[in-house]
Every structure is written in structure tokens, then in C-alpha cells.
Write a protein of this length. Structure first.
Length: 276
């Protein structure tokens, strides 16, 4: 895992690639966002061209907000992973949930929500309607980014803080269908396989296989990343790993109930979004 660090001259640099055992020594913030057409890549950060891209503004925002929260380091998925390396990308995808869960702060940047203009009141802010329809809630990867961190703050495209996962919990529950208890930190093992899949079934990913890969942390599963295999094969491999994990559990009363509710949703439906 590489982190970002703001320098005294205002520039931003990448740290060395940290071993997992060393990451716990760092307090860091993490950004959750929808990708746009001009994101800063790992290579852009190395050659210094990243600051010329539109996506650099989100990186600056994350670093500046982290500093306000007393954090020296921060992480942004677009530029902290060397995606040209298949091995590094696979490791990152399998580690992503853990990285988000370890973050001291997660900042959700909503590029399609503005808090400027319009009339509102304390119970129904002017930005409430656009918050409910934000595309951030429809993306596959943002599911774990919503659930894993201990602290999640939401910001408009104007960089104004809208609230956190607690204060906005009821709205988030109504938008996503995710139980309030899951949003409040109840371990995901307390929720059935079926319920967790329902949280994801209407979410989309740009690459079809990512619909399965973005759920690895939700089910505490690790498996190889094979782009080109298609969604059906990826979901079937995920199903196999989940079933093996369930079979290895101690068959307590709670796990019996857990297993009994796992197959309400058809695996064929999950593998083929056209069947949902």
C-alpha cells in the first residue's frame, strides 16, 4: 500500500510501497469518489504531470481535509495503485476492504451534489434531492467504501461537509436498503449472504468482473483477479469461495440460520444482471 503525503511546498508525493504489517503504524484518510475521465494515475504522480489533470483537485481536497483533521497521510485509489502491474492490482483489490476499514477518516466526494442555490430547511436541505439520486450510491465499489470505514464524511462538489454516515444514516438506509445496524458498525457476519448480495444487486461496475470483485471484502473472501473471465465466471468463483467458507465455519445455531437464508436470490440472477 502506498500513501500520499503533502509536502511543505504544497506538492504531494507518494510514499514507498508499504508492507501490510507496516501500514498499522500510519494514521491516514481515504477518499471515496466516482471516477471521471481525467483521473490522476500512479504514473502521473511519478512524472509530475498529475497536477495538470482535473482529477488532481479531488486529491488536493483529500489532502487538505486530512490536514484539517490532523492527518499527515491519505490514500486515493486512482493514483496509489500501479494498475499496470497485474500482481499489484490483484493484491490491492483483495486488500481494499481492509485498507478502508483501517482508515481514520473516509471522505466521500459527491461530484453530482451541490449545496449552492435552492431553498431548503433544517429537515430538508436544498441538496437533499441530489444526494438521494447521486450516482455514488449506484456504483459497486462504493458499497465497501460506505460500510468498511469507522468514520465516513460526505462532501458536496463545493467541498462542503453535508454530514456523516451517522447523521445521514436514515437517508442512506432509504437509498441503499442497507440495514441501519450495518451502517452503525455491526459485523457483516451477522448478516446473511442473501442480505449482503441484495445490497449490491442493483449496483454497477465499469468492468463486468468487478461486480464480483468489489464484494470480496463484504464476504471476507480472497481470490485471484482474472479480468476477461466475465461476470458469470467471476460470480461463480465467488459463490464457491463463500460456500467453502460457510462449510468451514463451526455449525453453531447462528451459523445454521445464516446458511439457511443464503439462497433466496438465484445465483443465476447474480451472475447475469439481465435476470435481476
Amino acid at each position: 500500500m502506498r500513501l500520499l503525503e503533502c509536502q511543505t511546498d504544497g506538492s504531494i508525493r507518494l510514499t514507498d510501497n508499504l508492507l501490510d504489517k507496516d501500514v498499522s503504524q500510519y494514521q491516514y484518510a481515504i477518499l471515496s469518489h466516482r471516477w471521471g475521465p481525467y483521473e490522476v494515475t500512479f504514473e502521473d504522480m511519478l512524472d509530475g504531470s498529475g497536477s495538470k489533470k482535473a482529477g488532481y483537485e479531488k486529491i488536493k481536497f483529500c489532502g487538505e481535509q486530512a490536514a484539517l483533521d490532523g492527518l499527515k497521510y491519505f490514500w486515493v485509489d486512482s493514483c496509489c495503485i500501479k494498475k499496470s502491474s497485474d500482481a499489484e492490482l490483484s493484491e490491492a483489490i483483495n486488500s481494499m476492504y481492509r485498507w478502508y476499514s483501517r482508515a481514520a477518516k473516509c471522505y466521500v466526494y459527491l461530484s453530482d451534489v451541490s449545496n449552492s442555490g435552492g431553498q431548503g430547511n433544517a429537515s430538508q436541505p436544498a441538496w437533499s434531492a441530489s444526494f438521494r439520486t447521486s450516482e455514488w450510491f449506484s456504483r459497486g465499489w462504493t458499497l465497501q467504501e460506505l460500510i468498511a470505514p469507522s468514520s465516513v464524511d460526505f462532501f458536496s462538489r463545493n467541498r462542503t461537509r453535508l454530514g456523516d454516515r451517522s447523521s445521514l444514516g436514515q437517508q442512506i438506509h432509504e437509498i441503499t436498503g442497507i440495514a441501519l445496524s450495518a451502517l452503525s458498525g455491526t459485523p457483516l457476519s451477522h448478516f446473511s449472504v442473501d442480505e449482503r448480495f441484495k445490497w449490491a444487486q442493483n449496483r454497477n461496475t465499469t468492468r463486468e468482473e468487478d461486480w464480483a470483485y468489489c464484494l470480496l471484502g463484504i464476504f471476507d473472501i480472497s481470490m485471484p483477479v482474472i479480468y476477461g473471465e466475465g461476470r458469470e465466471r467471476a460470480v461463480n468463483r465467488l459463490r464457491k469461495e463463500i460456500n467453502e467458507a460457510l462449510n468451514n465455519q463451526d455449525m453453531s445455531t447462528s451459523s445454521n440460520a445464516f446458511i439457511a437464508t443464503q439462497n433466496t436470490l438465484s445465483w443465476d440472477q447474480l451472475a447475469d444482471p439481465n435476470l435481476l
